[in-house]
Write a protein that binds this ligand. Structure first.
Ligand code: ADP
Length: 370
């Protein structure tokens, strides 16, 4: 791997004998934005800090831009880092905060000034160079923190929940800013830690899904959404109906009800989980009919969410263009197209701790995992 990528090669990190990152193998290609997505405590920050050089792996190697940096101190790894809390020096003006890393590296004065100005321009903070951090809003402070990380012209930019201290409106603005930044610096790789699927889906070229110290899934947002390989991914990236089924000759059966879905290489008789996205479930007769009782209706602005009890299984349907939902307790019929369902192996990490994401049953078409 040349260029500005990152490679985790069996990275394991343990605290007091407790493994918090378990043999992570992951490659971030040059110029790629990779999101590390997962719940709190799943090991995302630890992975980032292993790249930055702030934690020492118990095993494995980290490569940045094709160089093994495992033994290098943080400032020699060619990385920029942005954390949630901005971490600006309060007594330094914006320009001096941004220049800090350059001065620490004894960059010549003229070059320091030029790169500081450039980084402030890139983040839209050119007019604020003389201010102190306390004279800036949270969003502006985070822009300065990003400018500071960019000033050293890092090969890779590490971002640890960079938007989580901002309010919702600022967050979506900053997300668009980060996307723009990536377009302007197409060579730079970004590794972006978040527990927010919207951030990951919006910004990332690929998403690495973490859960309990392990990488559970990795793919483009579309792959993870359309073809999740694990129950965990299916429910963490978007909403999902996860139905326990048994594989039959030409589909599956849900509590004795035959459903036509692609089963790939799954063996008849195997138990599995069928994933159907609520927005792909229709109301009324159709293929793969599921008859049940309407248990709940939620109006969500653009859609109605219907919860239907199908033989004790809760099935969600998100419906647009539904002027008048049926009455609660009414018998209703739902349906979904065979190709809109994905079969997930019952051995997925949602149900067993030792399962391998690769045990997923290859169901349906277009599964082109990279
Ligand atoms: P995430 O970023 O996904 O929220 P972290 O990587 O921060 O998760 O943490 C993973 C696990 O490691 C957590 O259980 C956390 O409590 C633990 N951990 C993180 N840093 C330390 C530390 N310095 N000492 C001991 N345990 C830690």
């Amino acid at each position: 791997m040349s260029g500005s990528g990152i490679r985790f090669d069996g990275i394991t990190v343990a605290y007091d004998g407790h493994t918090v990152l378990d043999a992570l193998d992951l490659t971030v290609e040059p110029g790629e934005v990779m999101a590390l997505l997962g719940p709190s405590g799943s090991g995302k920050t630890t992975a980032l800090r292993a790249v930055a050089g702030f934690v020492r792996p118990a095993a494995g190697r980290v490569h940045v831009s094709g160089r093994d940096v495992t033994e290098l101190p943080p400032h020699r790894r060619g990385i920029g880092m942005v954390v949630q809390s901005y971490a600006l020096f309060p007594h330094l003006r914006v320009a001096d905060n941004v220049a800090f890393g350059l001065r620490a590296r004894r960059t010549p004065k003229a070059e320091t000034a030029a790169r500081t100005a450039e980084a402030l321009e890139l983040t839209g903070m050119g007019d604020y160079a003389r201010r102190y951090p306390r004279e800036l809003s949270g969003g502006q402070q985070q822009r300065v923190a990003i400018a500071r990380a960019l000033a050293i012209r890092p090969d890779v930019l590490l971002l640890d929940e960079p938007l989580s201290a901002l309010d919702a409106a600022l967050r979506s603005g900053m997300l668009a800013e980060l996307a723009r930044l990536h377009r302007e610096l197409p060579e730079m790789s970004m590794l972006y830690v978040t527990h927010d699927q919207v951030e990951a889906l919006t910004l990332a070229d690929r998403i690495a899904v973490m859960d309990r110290a392990r990488l559970r899934d990795c793919g483009t947002p579309q792959q993870l959404y359309r073809r999740p390989r694990t129950e965990f991914t299916a429910s963490f990236v978007g909403n999902a109906n996860l139905l326990p089924v048994t594989v039959t000759g030409d589909g599956v059966s849900l509590a004795g009800r035959p459903l036509k879905v692609p089963t790939g290489t799954a063996a008849p008789g195997a138990t599995a989980t069928l994933c159907v996205r609520p927005h792909l479930v229709g109301l009324g007769p159709g293929p793969n009919a599921l008859r049940g009782t309407l248990a709940e209706v939620q109006w969500r602005g653009a859609t109605h969410r219907l919860t239907v009890d199908v033989d004790g299984h809760r099935v969600l349907a998100d419906l647009r263009e539904l002027p008048e939902p049926p009455a609660l307790g009414a018998e209703v019929e739902l349906h979904f197209a065979p190709d809109d369902a994905v079969l997930i192996s019952a051995l997925g990490p949602g149900t067993g701790p030792e399962a391998d994401p690769a045990t997923v049953l290859e169901a349906g078409h277009g599964h082109d995992h990279g």
